[in-house]
Design a protein. Structure first.
Length: 445
């Protein structure tokens, strides 16, 4: 057996209680965050200000300066071009996209919220009415690597939710060309408009509109992107809604000796393929097993088409976390709160029941993370940077809101009259009390 050359960084959790440096590393991983640094935030803010002031012209200028524009400088893809791209898809690719759309739709339909009415007391009825968002902007990463899957993950649930108008924004590549499959996917789902722009200027185009092109501002922006997209989404939040700030994609695999090392190595490599800023972590409580995964990584790298990219990514962001026990390993996973979490351990469902913080879990030996990226039907727009502690996957619920409708009769108001008056007096807001009392005064006065 040849010597293994691939050695991942180690983090030994058993040392965290006695070594301040190791404890600090664990804290840094738990609080790594998904928000770009201040320099990127400042740069995105400047681009957005120019787009807000100068609209189409500013977006075109930013495209020319930073990349993402078409060779001819146009900002919109005409509907007939989207339809032509749809019709030009190879039968194999079209069939794959259509199955993906169908599976996303099937799952998204289970998430559609329902309007409900509750009777609090006789004469007091509260309706919680579901209202879809009127206009949504979907950012789909493009440029050097286009992601038609992300376009579908953003558009399909919006359609299920009943969104009125959907605008997609995605950049062209370095030669000013748009990916044919991405355009075909947009044609398949029938988006209302397709804006050619990337980075902060794309977010600005969605948030503020393109007056010359006839594109109105959207009410909500969703979709993954690079640091500039994330920074821009944070800047426009408050003027429009956003799904969540998503940083670099990340994967964590929790595995023990019952897991096939080749599967685990392949899962780590599939995520590392995103780039040198995409963390790929193995959590295990078996040092010998960790070594076997490293050996398998070494073997698979030798024949990988993108070996140079993978090696850089593993060197910069990959690690093996050695836990002193199964319990400690699972608690570390919850503390880290990964975007993607593959679970391949003995008594797997017991472990899954204890894993509360992750964007999406992939359970067992036949659930690779790439299945969720493309075909299982679950959404792959997920919280990163530890935000899985409080946020979940993009879903149908994100594309609308609940409006409270309160219906109160004289009988109902009488039942809470004393409570309103007492609390209003306690807060010193006597006009609040008066607004109730005036309704019970003699109507002839």
């Amino acid at each position: 057996m040849r010597e293994t050359t691939m050695r991942l960084r180690r983090l030994d959790l058993a040392r965290a209680e006695v070594d301040d440096e190791v404890a600090a590393q664990v804290r840094a991983l738990f609080r790594r965050g998904a928000v770009p640094n201040a320099t990127v935030r400042d740069g995105a803010r400047a681009i957005l200000a120019s787009v807000k002031a100068d609209g189409d012209v500013a977006v075109a200028q930013a495209n020319a300066k930073f990349g993402g524009g078409r060779a001819d400088g146009s900002l919109l893809v005409p509907r007939d071009e989207l339809e032509a791209a749809r019709d030009a898809l190879s039968p194999r690719i079209r069939a794959g996209l259509e199955q993906m759309i169908e599976n996303i739709r099937r799952f998204a339909e289970t998430e559609r919220p329902q309007t409900r009415v509750t009777t609090i007391l006789p004469g007091i009825e509260i309706e919680r009415r579901w209202v879809p968002t009127a206009r949504v902007g979907v950012y789909a990463p493009g440029g050097s690597a286009a992601y038609p899957s992300s376009l579908l993950m953003g558009v399909t649930p919006a359609q299920v939710a009943g969104v009125g108008s959907i605008v997609v924004a995605s950049p062209a590549d370095g030669e000013g060309r748009l990916n044919a499959t991405l355009l075909g996917a947009a044609g398949l789902v029938g988006v209302d408009a397709f804006v050619v722009a990337g980075g902060a200027q794309a977010v600005g185009a969605l948030a503020y509109g393109l007056p010359r092109a006839g594109i109105e501002p959207v009410d909500l922006i969703v979709g993954p992107g690079n640091a500039w997209v994330t920074a821009a989404k944070l800047e426009v939040f408050g003027e429009v809604g956003i799904d969540l700030p998503a940083g670099p994609s990340e994967v964590m695999v929790v595995a023990d000796a019952t897991a096939e090392p080749a599967h685990v190595a392949a899962d780590l490599l599939s995520q590392a393929e995103h780039g040198p800023d995409s963390p790929a972590l193995l959590v295990t409580w078996d040092a010998a097993y960790a070594a076997s995964v490293e050996a398998e990584l070494d073997r698979q790298l030798a024949t990988s088409a993108r070996r140079a990219i993978l090696e850089r990514s593993l060197a910069s962001c990959a690690a093996i976390v050695l836990a002193p026990s199964r319990d400690a390993g699972l608690e570390f996973v919850n503390g880290y709160s990964p975007e993607h979490l593959s679970v391949s351990v003995a008594d797997v469902e017991e472990a899954v029941a204890r894993l509360r913080n992750a964007g999406s879990l992939f359970v067992g030996p036949y659930a690779p993370e790439s299945a969720g990226d493309y075909a299982s039907g679950a959404n792959h727009v997920l919280p990163t940077g530890g935000l899985a502690r409080s946020s979940g996957a993009l879903s149908t619920e994100a594309y609308g809101k609940f409006v409270q409708v309160q219906r109160i009769t004289r009988e109902g108001l009488a039942a809470i009259r004393e409570t309103v008056g007492t609390i209003a007096e306690a807060e010193g807001l006597m006009a609040h009390r008066r607004a109730v009392e005036v309704r019970f005064e003699d109507a002839r006065r």
